[in-house]
Design a protein around this ligand. Structure first.
Ligand SMILES: [Fe+2]
Ligand SMILES: [Fe+2]
Length: 190
């Protein structure tokens, strides 16, 4: 693991571009990711930094996120042009790297893939994906099933979080990203 920028600098950079109302979510993800890293034997510092910065680009206007993603060839398919909310992970990771705030590729990948997941995602990526969906400020039908799995088994928790995300997207009538489907199918083979 490469050296990480100090926590205070990263927290200040995040707070400067995040509405107060979202910061509670961010620090909830930090808390949950830290607990999960300890429980599953993953690196705590990587989990905390990835959690702190996972929504780094979330507050940017969609048009700006789309422009930044196009400029860097970050688009996977046209789904992301219709649902630009899918882009903030990739855009955030690119900005953090360019601004020299994060150099660790494992942390950048956890940020990049936290919305859709991906086939072959690392255990750190799974922790951020799950922590994002179950942090203490979250509340939705079925969340306790994911929380319960997250106390025992990281792969099972990631699968349950992906299932829940897919159900939510279907119920909302939104486009479903192909990476989420592929991630879910891949998790079933583990
Ligand atoms: Fe996010
Ligand atoms: Fe988030």
């Amino acid at each position: 693991m490469e050296a990480l920028t100090d926590w205070a600098t990263l927290a200040a950079a995040m707070a400067a571009r995040t509405p107060q109302t979202r910061l509670a979510h961010v620090f909830g993800v930090v808390e949950t990711a830290r607990e999960m890293a300890d429980r599953f034997g993953e690196n705590r510092a990587q989990a905390e930094v990835a959690a702190l910065l996972h929504d780094y680009a979330k507050a940017m206007p969609f048009a700006e996120q789309l422009a930044e993603a196009r400029r860097r060839n970050l688009l996977i398919d046209s789904t992301e042009e219709v649902s630009p909310v899918l882009l903030h992970g990739a855009v955030g990771a690119a900005l953090l790297q360019e601004q020299g705030l994060v150099t660790d590729p494992a942390v950048l990948d956890a940020i990049r893939w936290h919305t859709t997941g991906r086939v072959g995602m690392s255990r750190l990526e799974m922790i951020i994906y799950v922590a994002d969906s179950i942090e203490p400020n979250r509340s939705y039908p079925g969340i306790e099933v994911i929380r319960e799995a997250a106390r025992r088994d990281l792969v099972e928790a990631t699968l349950k979080a992906a299932d829940s995300a897919i159900r939510f997207v279907l119920d909302s009538g939104w486009l479903l990203h192909v990476y989420t489907i592929q991630t879910r199918n891949w998790l079933l083979t583990l």
